[in-house]
Design a protein around this ligand. Structure first.
Ligand SMILES: C[S@@+](CC[C@H](N)C(=O)[O-])C[C@H]1O[C@@H](n2cnc3c(N)ncnc32)[C@H](O)[C@@H]1O
Length: 257
């Protein structure tokens, strides 16, 4: 997908709040091998690496543009490297697998979570944060617009349905994997934005990305229709944008000695 680092950074402080909540769940142990899945432009991976003294941290992302931005900002160091790859095919053994706002782009979490858990070393920790706001009116209006003419034909019937499960389902998956110290919660981040156009600006860096990729020259036309619908649905200014997210942490057992 054509990720755009500039667009993604427009709401940087709002987007980083859940990262710091996720970081609070990390058990700081010296000298661990950690990976940040879907590290994006890397500044938060740098914060993660700085909070893990003596550790060896890898930032993994599939987007060349995001990794180029990370490299240009010189976040890499002797303790932090960036690599390109698909997080759903993660290999290696890790003491900490961390992922902030990325796994919602991967399908089939019923098999993804067990796969990530299988890559933990004994006693290792899995920490994940992902948006669960796919039922917000903005997302419903994107899907509605995509189903309408002329966009249904332009998009070839494409509509993105979020693969994100409920917290009950993640809890069960983790329990069935034998995970220990499971902590899981859903939290609403109440962002105050200027108006519905600001919500569109926000989702232009995330939820709209797969649509932009397919809309080509029809992108502005799609945005125009969406803007009209959003203004009607959310006429207030300032506007409350209640952003719902899931956070969890779980550990792999150590063998009995
Ligand atoms: C919303 S950004 C989050 C970036 C960063 N973690 C942060 O908190 O700012 C999502 C990132 O996940 C990456 N991504 C999406 N699917 C991926 C995949 N299958 N494997 C690796 N990275 C992926 C995207 O390229 C993008 O950089």
């Amino acid at each position: 997908m054509p990720w755009n680092p500039k667009q993604y950074h427009k709401f940087q402080s709002e987007r980083s709040a859940p990262f710091y909540d996720l970081l609070k769940l990390v058990e700081v142990r010296p000298g661990i091998k950690a990976i940040d899945l879907g590290c994006g432009t890397g500044e938060l991976t740098r914060v993660l690496a700085d909070s893990l003294p003596g550790s060896d941290v890898t930032g993994l992302d599939s987007s060349t543009a995001m990794l180029d931005a990370a490299r240009a900002a010189s976040y890499a160091s002797s303790s932090l490297r960036f690599e390109q790859g698909d997080l759903s095919n993660l290999t290696g053994s890790w003491d900490l697998i961390f992922s902030n706002a990325a796994i919602q782009w991967c399908e089939n979490h019923e098999s993804l979570i067990p796969h990530l858990f299988s890559r933990l070393s004994q006693g290792g920790q899995l920490c994940v944060q992902m948006p669960s706001n796919h039922n917000h009116i903005s997302h419903m209006l994107i899907r509605e617009t995509a189903r309408e003419a002329p966009f249904d034909k332009i998009l070839n019937g494409f509509e993105r349905v979020a693969p994100v499960l409920s917290i009950d389902q993640y809890t069960k998956i983790l329990f069935d994997l034998g995970a220990l110290n499971i902590q899981i919660f859903e939290k609403i981040y109440p962002h105050v934005l200027e108006n519905s156009d600001a919500v569109i600006e926000w989702i232009s860096g995330t939820a709209l990305v797969p649509y932009f990729e397919r809309l080509g020259t029809h992108k502005d036309e799609f945005l125009g229709v969406l803007r009209g619908k959003m203004k009607k649905a959310l006429p207030e200014s300032p506007l409350l944008y209640p952003f719902r997210r899931i956070l969890f942490s779980a550990f792999k057992a150590r063998p009995l000695s």
